[in-house]
Write a protein that binds this ligand. Structure first.
Ligand SMILES: [Zn+2]
Length: 160
């Protein structure tokens, strides 16, 4: 049996089941922090927790603008996305002490994107041996309280 080291699309499919209310990233960006699990807001981009995480602290960084193509991002958006990603690594390191990270973009449905018309980067903390429990974790219903608590911890630990 093949072990999957990087398969966040499995969880995004779960998330995509409820897309009738429009773009979930735009909704998160327009709503309040707690509701949208937004950890940090910049001027052109924001960071939020994945509602269907692959691991504790699974973050996403997205442009504030509804953009479907990576190449359509403005320079200021690209810069802030990467700055936020870097800061997210810092916040995750302080909060969860992971041993490594996967950062990646799933572009298009076939590549696993649950949200295909608003680009976003995944930041997944990694621990030695985590491939053994993550597929199991994927089927566990994550309690809202848990995510709310994670959001608060990461927001508190976010580098200035
Ligand atoms: Zn959007």
């Amino acid at each position: 049996m093949t072990k999957q080291l990087w398969a966040p699309w499995r969880l995004e499919y779960v998330g995509s089941a409820n897309e009738q209310d429009g773009c979930i990233l735009c909704r998160a960006n327009e709503g309040d922090d707690e509701e949208g699990l937004v950890v940090r807001r910049g001027k052109h981009a924001f960071a939020l927790l994945n509602r269907f995480p692959y691991a504790s602290g699974h973050l996403m960084v997205a442009p504030a603008r509804h953009v479907g193509e990576l190449t359509d991002l403005e320079d200021v958006e690209v810069l802030e996305l990467h700055r936020l990603a870097g800061q997210g690594l810092g916040a995750l390191a302080e909060t969860y002490g992971p041993q490594g990270f996967n950062l990646g973009w799933n572009l298009g449905r076939i590549a696993g994107a649950g949200v295909t018309d608003h680009v976003h980067m995944h930041i997944v903390p990694r621990w030695a041996g985590d491939t053994n429990f993550m597929p199991v974790l994927a089927d566990v219903k994550v309690l809202p309280e848990h995510l709310t608590e994670s959001r608060r911890k990461l927001a508190d630990a976010w580098p200035a």
